[in-house]
Design a protein around this ligand. Structure first.
Ligand code: HEC
Ligand code: HEC
Length: 150
């Protein structure tokens, strides 16, 4: 019986993955993913790439937000050996380059040890930092920073 239930759940999960449609547990809203619910085997034309806003800096929407990137990044390579962002933002060169220094949180490894060079957990900058652009949210939501709900 248990085995049957597991298989049935798996089949249901696969069916949902196949169509790319899911239902948010919090809002009950239908989520269609970036592909708008179109199955992965169907080729889609790439969507419009939002235009980056490089005039000034956007404010953070909440205190802990990774700041958005105000400059272009398409020429800065990041792979397992090279990280060109560090050529300006690492503590050892930032002053000379006139760039903001990485905050010290970026030099803690996963065990909380302070390092002099950036640990693997912060290596891929654009996992957290994205170029700034004023775009429509992917999922409608009512998020407010805590300072606005006091
Ligand atoms: C040529 C030097 C240079 C390189 C390379 C560079 N940056 Fe920057 N970065 C800057 C400067 C200068 C600023 C400040 C710009 C401003 O105030 O408008 C900045 C600002 C930022 C900010 C905003 C910080 C804040 O507090 O608002 C982020 C985030 C950032 N960069 C991330 C990156 C990432 C990620 C890369 C690599 C993909 C990168 N930068 C590569 C020079 C650089
Ligand atoms: C795991 C997510 C994560 C990664 C990976 C990451 N950052 Fe950050 N970054 C943050 C957050 C969150 C903040 C704001 C809070 C803080 O300073 O810790 C931040 C802050 C910054 C700031 C602003 C510092 C300041 O004091 O104003 C810069 C510049 C920056 N990051 C650049 C980078 C660069 C360059 C990389 C890649 C080498 C990188 N970050 C990797 C999450 C990340």
């Amino acid at each position: 019986m248990n085995k049957f239930v597991t298989i049935a759940t798996l089949a249901a999960a696969l069916a949902v993955l196949g169509t790319g449609i899911g239902v948010s547990q919090q809002t009950g809203q239908e989520l269609k993913g970036l592909r708008g619910g179109v199955a992965p085997e169907v080729d889609l034309a790439p969507g419009d790439v939002p235009k980056q806003d490089t005039a000034g800096r956007f404010s953070r929407a909440y205190r802990q937000q990774p700041p958005l990137i105000p400059h272009q990044i398409d020429r800065y390579q990041i792979d397992w050996r090279t990280n060109q962002c560090l050529g300006c933002h690492d503590w050892s060169v930032a002053a000379k380059q006139g760039a903001p220094t990485l905050s010290m949180t970026h030099y803690l490894d996963r065990d909380g040890r302070q390092l002099d060079s950036i640990p693997g957990t912060r290596w891929f900058c654009n996992q957290c930092h994205v170029p700034q652009a004023d775009t429509k949210e992917l999922v409608t939501n009512t998020f407010k920073p805590s300072t606005d709900v006091k």
